[in-house]
Design a protein around this ligand. Structure first.
Ligand SMILES: NC(=O)C1=CN([C@@H]2O[C@H](COP(=O)(O)OP(=O)(O)OC[C@H]3O[C@@H](n4cnc5c(N)ncnc54)[C@H](OP(=O)(O)O)[C@@H]3O)[C@@H](O)[C@H]2O)C=CC1
Ligand SMILES: CC[C@](O)(C(C)=O)C(=O)O
Ligand SMILES: [Mg+2]
Ligand SMILES: [Mg+2]
Length: 337
């Protein structure tokens, strides 16, 4: 492999067990990191604003909760797991005043460093530990004795020990059980944004909704359209996940495989590829980041409208009914492990 991959034997837990870690934010990633760090013998404090809805949950789970400023002041390693849009103000007001030589500032995603919304002082380590999966899965895998692969990156190595610290942190949340790949803040941020916009979230949602619309507008039952365009997608993606696209094509019928080769490129055609290239260019230039921060500063008018429209799409109502018939869809990964 052309990338560097680290496993359990490459990381020393003692490096992080000797530090006090503040996990700022207790959402999808924050709860997973804080609980798994604690279970790995690390001294953890969670940082949340006084009125935060997450406070009760963190306290119920036996964690010490302080304000972000108190947590940052008390910690040697500060992991920022608040929403990307909240991080620059959080950093300026509550974290920066408590940074000093010997401390480390960690992120779960490189957005604010890559686009210059946060510029830490030169005397602190700046690193990233970014699990390549949703936080609830990160926690569930840790509890099951496994792990979700992570990316690590070092932006500033003031101590000369930043990589060892990041690897120790990744080990404490289960990442080195699966494998940790070294990258840069720029590569992680740009590929993460591209993946979620063009393929994983944006591309997949649009493909599923559009397929559902084409079938139902042509008069087919929404329940049948749901099975064909959404439900079975997981089964197909599971095959790709296990053995690549080739494994999926081996497992489906020859009829499906012929339709895949002959019709797939008509759906995702040269125009779609060009649009994906434009999306990547907007990410690399910083246009997307500036647009998203401006949208957030304006109170998220488009985000709120699009979220409501998505929730009202007929596929959601059909899905709610059908999932009630599926006894095995009973442990959503959004449940806290
Ligand atoms: N979701 C994921 O699985 C992944 C996320 N990441 C990255 O991890 C980071 C966190 O994302 P995610 O876990 O999705 O976030 P969530 O939206 O799930 O959770 C955010 C948490 O931060 C708290 N919070 C909100 N504002 C502040 C603030 N000003 N100060 C302190 N805490 C605050 C929220 O509290 P409250 O309950 O009060 O709102 C909540 O506990 C991001 O950088 C994201 O890109 C990386 C990989 C995957
Ligand atoms: C795919 C979405 C993601 O990038 C993730 C879970 O990795 C995110 O930002 O939530
Ligand atoms: Mg991601
Ligand atoms: Mg992301």
């Amino acid at each position: 492999m052309s990338v560097e991959v680290y496993y359990d034997d490459d990381a020393d837990l003692a490096v992080i067990q000797g530090r006090r870690v503040a996990v700022i934010g207790y959402g999808s990633q924050g709860h997973a990191h804080a609980l798994s760090l604690r279970d790995s013998g690390v001294d953890v404090v969670v940082g949340l604003p006084e009125g935060s809805r997450s406070r009760a949950k963190a306290e119920e789970q036996g964690l010490e909760v302080r304000t972000p400023a108190e947590a940052a002041a008390a910690a040697d390693v500060i992991m920022v797991l608040a929403p990307d849009t909240a991080q620059r103000t959080l950093y300026a007001e509550h974290i920066a005043p408590h940074l000093s030589a010997g401390k480390a500032l960690f992120f779960g995603h490189g957005f604010n460093i890559r686009y210059g919304f946060i510029t830490p002082p030169a005397e602190v380590d700046v690193a990233m530990v970014a699990p390549k999966g949703p936080g609830h899965l990160v926690r569930r895998q840790y509890v099951d004795g496994k792990g979700v692969p992570c990316l690590v990156a070092v932006e500033q190595d003031a101590s000369g020990n930043a990589l060892a610290l990041a690897l120790a942190y990744a080990k404490a949340i289960g990442g080195t059980r699966a494998g940790v790949i070294r990258t840069s803040f720029a590569e992680e941020t740009e590929t993460d944004l591209f993946g979620e916009q063009a393929v994983l979230c944006g591309g997949a949602s649009a493909l599923v909704q559009t397929g559902f619309e084409v079938l139902t507008e042509a008069g087919y039952a929404p329940e049948i359209a749901y099975f064909e365009c959404l439900h079975e997608l997981k089964l197909i993606v599971d095959l790709m996940y296990e053995g690549g696209i080739a494994r999926m094509r081996y497992s489906v019928s020859d009829t499906a495989e012929y339709g895949d080769y002959s019709r797939g490129p008509r759906v995702v055609d040269a125009r779609v590829k060009q649009e994906m290239q434009r999306i990547l260019a907007e990410i690399r230039s910083g246009d997307f980041a500036r647009e998203w921060i401006a949208e957030d500063d304006a109170g998220r008018p488009n985000f709120t409208k699009w979220r409501a429209e998505g929730a009202a799409h007929p596929i959601e109502e059909t899905g709610r009914k059908l999932r009630g018939m599926m006894s095995w869809v009973d442990r959503p990964i959004t449940e806290t492990a």
